[in-house]
Ligand binder design. Structure first.
Ligand code: ADP
Length: 495
């Protein structure tokens, strides 16, 4: 199995809803902003205090030992450690600072150790060597809580009338930092208590605000729910944030579109009912008038029966057109795509329609500029050509002509169907593709139109991601141009 970090993250986010909650993010963020600085401050202040306290203690102790260093020289202690005064002083100092003192002479020999363990031993350490060069050192051992310092015992000698400073020995002293550590612990405990109290207060504030901040989004959900549940269909408004305003604007637009769709659906149902009722009314009138004349001659019966058959055929045509339209409205899962020879398809279509054209003495010609094969749904494309050529014949003049021109480039094929008919006014261009729209209702009815043909045509063209356009010079004829991609582009595909 391939490990995919993004999938894993997605799955985790979906499994733990809290990880996808804006409220939780705001809560955590505010909490971090509120609490982290006080933790950093506590640690920083305590550390600073410790450093200062240690350095103060070190300089304090060093000063004291510098004074003792002078006493050592005065009493010649480096040569003779029997001085009770000095021994008492050293003892007192080591007790005072809870540490240890060693006095080292110029041979690195420990002449005095308040712990007595190292007396007589040689002591060579980096600090001691540094100190012999005249430099006092101080080192804080944090682990064992003490400071270790070296203090030079500096004397002067006169050489050729000049006073020369020389380090004659070193005091190596340690002082405990226990008291500093204890103070630190007390301070730290107090700071922690303050921090916990502050944390609780911040937690309350953050909880309150994260709830308040998220409220406009809850209002959006509530407003949408009200529309969904049918309490209102008015546009909603939540102007609290720019973000909520954007969401609500988008929703209102969707609502508007849905209203338009709903209205057009109601119009459609009304139109359908009306269109289906018209032939029915005619049939009923014809049948009623026959019923009222029981002795009507057979000729009248025949004539009326022919009229009734004609109306039934009309009704049938409307129903068939409606079914085609409904089918085209469904998803393109129903598209039956294959490579189709468009030249052959056009020829077959024209062959089927020529008898109708002949009745009105309309000449139909096909001009193919090149052979075209395209990936299309053959049935739907055939319906497009049939509707357009049929219209060109229907809305033509006696002895007129229909010209079909097929051309293609590397991407699209175009079919241009022009006629010498009555033409279409420019104001009707966009309406003729609407369901049941007919420029001249009575003329269209007379020649068997349902007002659905161009609507079916446009839907079929759109399913192929193509376009259909109309142009016309009124009274001289119309020209419909269909442009369809040679390769079928699935929904969601590019282009
Ligand atoms: P119908 O069944 O009435 O022909 P259509 O949807 O096919 O319905 O066409 C809608 C209307 O567009 C027609 O009623 C007609 O007024 C007009 N129309 C369509 N094609 C042409 C054309 N070639 N010339 C003139 N008018 C046309």
């Amino acid at each position: 199995m391939r490990f995919n970090g993004k999938d894993l993250l997605d799955r985790l986010l979906h499994r733990i809803p809290l990880l996808r909650s804006l409220k939780a993010y705001i809560f955590v963020l505010m909490l971090i902003i509120g609490i982290v600085p006080s933790i950093i401050m506590r640690i920083g202040i305590l550390q600073n205090y410790e450093e200062r306290a240690v350095s103060l203690r070190a300089s304090d102790v060093t000063t004291q030992y510098k004074i003792i260093a002078n006493h050592l020289l005065n009493y010649n202690y480096l040569q003779d450690t029997s001085s009770d005064v000095i021994n008492a002083e050293l003892e007192q100092m080591s007790n005072l600072y809870d540490g240890r003192v060693m006095v080292i002479n110029s041979n690195f020999r420990v002449v005095k150790d308040t712990y007595t363990i190292s007396e007589g031993k040689t002591m060579i350490s980096e600090e001691v060597i540094k100190c012999f060069k005249g430099e006092s050192t101080s080192r804080h051992d944090q682990k064992n809580d003490y400071i270790e310092m070296t203090i030079p015992i500096t004397g002067t000698r006169t050489e050729e009338g000049e006073e020369i400073q020389e380090v004659r020995g070193v005091i190596l002293a340690s002082a405990s930092t226990d008291s500093i550590v204890t103070t630190m612990e007390i301070l730290s405990r107090k700071a922690l208590i303050v921090e916990i109290v502050m944390g609780i207060i911040i937690l309350g504030i953050v909880f309150f605000f994260s709830h308040i901040l998220i409220m406009p989004f809850n209002r959006v959900t509530q407003a949408i729910s009200e529309v969904k549940d049918g309490y209102t269909d008015e546009p909603i408004s939540v102007p609290d944030y720019i973000e909520t305003e954007h969401i609500v604007d988008a929703f209102n637009q969707l609502l508007g579109r849905m209203k338009v769709i709903n209205d057009s659906r109601q119009d459609f149902v009304a139109n359908v009912s009306h269109e289906l009722k018209t032939p029915m009314t005619s049939i009923k009138v014809l049948a009623d008038s026959l019923n009222q004349q029981p002795d009507a001659p057979v000729e009248l019966y025949r004539e009326f029966m022919l009229d009734i058959t004609e109306e039934i055929e009309r009704e049938n045509k409307i129903i068939n057109d409606l079914l085609s339209l409904v089918k085209l409205d469904k998803t393109e899962a129903k598209m039956n795509i294959s490579a189709v020879d468009i030249n052959a398809l056009l020829e077959a279509t024209l062959k089927r329609l020529r008898p109708i054209a002949r009745k009105r003495d309309v000449e139909v010609v096909l001009e193919s500029l090149r052979p075209v094969t395209a990936e299309v749904d053959e049935g739907k494309i055939s319906q497009i050509f049939t509707n357009l050529v049929e219209n060109a014949i229907k809305y033509n003049k006696e002895h007129g002509w229909v010209k079909v021109l097929l051309d293609a480039d590397h991407q699209f094929f175009t079919v241009e169907i022009s006629d010498s008919g009555i033409g279409i006014e420019e104001k009707d261009y966009e309406h003729i593709f609407e369901r049941f729209y007919r420029v001249d209702k009575s003329h269209s009815r007379e020649i068997g139109g349902t007002g659905l043909g161009l609507s079916i045509t446009r839907n079929a063209v759109l399913l192929h991601r193509g376009s259909v356009k109309v142009s016309s010079t009124e009274g001289e004829g119309a020209c419909f141009t269909v442009k369809i991609p040679l390769t079928y582009i699935k929904a969601g595909g590019n282009g």
